[in-house]
Design a protein around this ligand. Structure first.
Ligand code: C5P
Length: 388
């Protein structure tokens, strides 16, 4: 069943971004109801939200319509999530102290689950000890504070207080509704292609968009895991909420993994690591007129094979194959001492590289799990089910 989101909108210039949030949530099929404060109505007319959200927009506690239902109680009971965006200093202060002098704050007082506050205000107002104390108190009461970003503000200053971007707020909403079955797990994920330099401007690389690794990272984060990505060259957008450490070459990727692997429960190597690096790499750009006779390559170390796996750690590798799929994947499972290897047939154009879709088989010592063609995000969930 579709979830019910009650959105509280307070007065702040970032309100224009919240119109976009509503549009995105609508496309994801959430049921939406909106409460606007009087100040919010000074910035944007309720009609804007009504039209974009195709939903009821409430403002007044007392009005000329029917009062047969106690509206603030009904709204509080209806919501699966009560989100306030933008959340002004004033509204956070009122809710922290239990002041209920308008429809939004009265509904907040009647709401029994954690409220999600998407903070937005001027930097000085945010840093004011009163606001900081309110935020701290609200966190202690188990409310969810979605911190603001640092950036350019409407008051022409640069600092904290900028409302998160609409897509980031939607990610928080999706995370809220996701099961948290990976809470407490620390997962290291590699993604994208390593780059092996020929000279400062030229390189050889592998084909990889990074989408599979990033999809796994995104889902792992939503399911409550503590996720770090180490990524080479990618074209995909880095997932929200996840530390993304950028590397260039296979050697760099190896060193990064080695320096931190002991802190993780699980390693998922979705990166397309170059098997070869350039032996006669030039420090200065090779001039066209000087020509280049040959490119000498030498083998890169196999990262997975070189790692020492601690007891209870789970290592998952990927195998992109064009022929003898199963046989090659099984050899790699064994050679690289993996718990699982995710096999994908990269000879097919509509799945795999650069596609939003994939079709894989997950192979372990004594099992094969065939996952039919699906989005990379859904496949990510199936892979993560292995480690919960
Ligand atoms: O041998 P192959 O490159 O097909 O193995 C694929 C798996 O091994 C992937 O998980 C990839 O990230 C990892 N790999 C590695 N070190 C390499 C090459 C690949 O860890 N040098």
């Amino acid at each position: 069943m579709n979830k019910n989101i009650l959105l509280g909108v307070t007065g702040g210039i970032a309100i224009y971004k919240v119109v976009d949030v509503v549009s995105r949530l609508k496309k994801l099929d959430y049921n939406i109801k909106i409460i606007m404060t009087d100040s919010a109505c000074e910035f944007v007319s309720p009609m804007t939200f009504e039209t974009i959200g195709k939903c009821d927009v409430k403002n007044k506690m007392f009005h000329n319509n029917s009062h047969k239902v106690v509206e603030h109680i009904e709204l509080a009971n209806w919501a699966d999530l009560f989100m306030i965006a933008p959340a002004s200093a004033n509204t956070m202060a009122k809710i922290n102290y239990g002041i209920a002098d308008d429809l939004l704050s009265s509904t907040a007082l009647a709401y029994t689950k954690p409220i999600m506050f998407c903070v937005s205000m001027n930097t000085n107002m945010l840093n004011n000890p009163a606001t900081q104390k309110n935020i701290k108190d609200l966190k202690e009461k188990e409310h969810l504070i979605i911190d603001s970003n640092n950036g350019m503000l409407a008051c022409n200053t640069k600092g904290d207080g900028r409302l998160k971007e609409p897509w980031e707020i939607v990610e928080e909403v999706e995370k809220y509704f996701c099961k948290k079955d990976l809470k407490g797990k620390k997962i290291l994920i590699t993604a994208g292609a390593t780059v092996e330099r020929i000279d400062p401007v030229r390189y050889i690389t592998n084909d990889s968009s990074g989408k599979m690794g990033y999809s796994i990272a995104k889902k792992a984060f939503m399911r409550g895991a503590d996720v770090t990505i180490i990524s080479g060259k990618t074209t995909a957008e880095s997932p929200y909420g996840v530390e993304n450490i950028k590397v260039d070459s296979a050697i760099e990727m190896k060193e990064k993994i080695e320096s931190c692997i002991e802190n993780y429960d699980c390693l998922i190597m979705a990166a397309a690591v170059s098997d070869f690096k350039v032996k006669n790499r030039k420090e200065l750009k090779i001039k066209k007129q000087d020509g280049i006779d040959s490119l000498e390559l030498e083998e890169n170390p196999d990262i997975l094979k070189s790692l020492i796996k601690k007891e209870n750690q789970i290592f998952i590798g990927f195998a992109a194959e064009t022929n003898n799929l199963l046989e090659n994947a099984r050899k790699k499972l064994d050679k690289k001492n993996l718990d699982y290897i995710v096999l994908n047939d990269v000879s097919k154009k509509d799945i795999g590289f650069n596609s939003e879709y994939n079709k894989v088989s997950v192979i372990s010592k004594d099992n094969i799990l065939d996952i039919e063609r699906d989005t990379k995000l859904n496949i990510a969930d199936r892979i993560l089910d292995l480690i919960k």
